[in-house]
Design a protein around this ligand. Structure first.
Ligand code: C5P
Length: 221
């Protein structure tokens, strides 16, 4: 029906930060709140999609009608995403940590002597690039790009480099951008093969609805 244009479609969304453990009580993380990814999940479910939301640690309620899978680390998120395929659409919104510690200490690291501990890092898998190269790649694959400079140039490069259909760019620099991560509004630019659509600053819920409407259009539903 017209009011549930995504009925029968499976939309796979990642959201939130990842936590990379240092020891049993400490971790590396970032300022992502998960709000934008959750808003997209809510909007997709409202239009009738079956939604799988693979979520890092956040303080948000699960939107109605959404299947939520909680993970902590990037490696766990990558595995949960692969397990959730196939999907018609993938929207990778999570702010995945680029690095994790090479070894997680089994006991709390003690403050002793004078030298602070040295953290050895190793790169995390790029979940978006992995999904793009996957045999079950969603037909429409969408990445996000949080940039602080050359927002649109970087987004165009990223679209090609990661092999995705759309990149949704947001500027997280400067006084207003500081409020994007964790804040409740967002200004996004949708970068596709055809060009760039600039959306005005809006609450993240509205940004979510705008993106999901364009997904429905692109699927021809
Ligand atoms: O390269 P960058 O981290 O800026 O790319 C951002 C996009 O890639 C986002 O869609 C993010 O969810 C995704 N990503 C990912 N796995 C990573 C790093 C980023 O899925 N390890």
């Amino acid at each position: 029906p017209a009011h549930r244009p995504l009925y029968g479609k499976h939309i796979l969304i990642t959201a939130g930060p990842t936590h990379e453990p240092i020891d049993p009580v400490r971790y590396i993380a970032n300022r992502s709140s998960g709000k934008q990814g959750y808003a997209i999940a809510a909007a997709a479910a409202a239009l009738g999609a079956r939604v799988t939301l693979v979520s890092g640690p956040v303080n948000l309620p699960t939107p109605p009608g959404v299947d939520r899978i909680d993970v902590e680390t990037a490696v766990e998120m990558g595995n949960a995403v692969k397990d959730a395929l196939p999907a018609d659409v993938g929207v990778m919104v999570a702010a995945v940590a680029d690095w994790r510690t090479q070894n997680t200490a089994q006991e709390k690291i003690k403050k002793r002597g004078s030298a602070p501990p040295v953290l050895m890092l190793t790169e995390n898998p790029d979940i978006l690039a992995t999904v793009s190269a996957h045999p079950k790649r969603p037909k429409l694959l969408i990445g996000f790009a949080a940039e602080t400079e050359n927002v649109l140039d970087n987004a165009r490069d990223k679209r090609k480099r990661k092999g995705v259909d759309w990149i949704i760019a947001n500027d997280v620099s400067g006084p207003s951008g500081e409020s994007v991560m964790g804040g409740s509004s967002n200004t996004v630019h949708i970068v596709t093969e055809k060009g760039i659509e600039d959306l005005p600053e809006m609450p993240k819920e509205e940004v979510g609805r705008a993106i999901v409407e364009r997904i429905a259009l692109a699927l021809g539903t």
